[in-house]
Design a protein around this ligand. Structure first.
Ligand SMILES: [Zn+2]
Length: 108
């Protein structure tokens, strides 16, 4: 992902609208690119800061943004975990089927 693509996805990121693949690319780009970290911080400040201001809630951009990033990272790893569990259970089901077939065919 380049910086231009990253910039176009900031709003979707803040609205939690990125799919797994984009989210994963987005999060790894931000690890490497300081410009985009700054850009995200500014957009978060505007987007989230204004909403909080209306609610009269307190707002700490650096803490809140890093909490949000944590949440997104966790969400990503739990999604990957779910996928792995699905694959594992499929393998177990297939293996069980093959064993049953084997038993039926050879032990009659
Ligand atoms: Zn960048």
């Amino acid at each position: 992902m380049d910086c231009k693509e990253f910039n176009g996805l900031i709003q979707d990121f803040l609205n939690d609208r990125l799919d797994e693949m984009k989210l994963s690319e987005f999060l790894s780009h931000i690890e490497e690119c300081e410009d985009c970290r700054d850009e995200l911080r500014i957009q978060y400040l505007i987007y989230e800061g204004l909403a909080r201001l209306e609610e009269g809630a307190t707002f700490d951009v650096d803490k809140d943004l890093s909490d949000y990033m944590q949440l997104q990272r966790k969400r990503l790893s739990s999604r990957e975990g779910i996928k792995l569990t699905a694959i594992a259970s499929e393998i177990i089901t297939t293996a069980a089927f093959v064993i049953v077939l084997f038993v039926v065919l050879f032990y009659q």
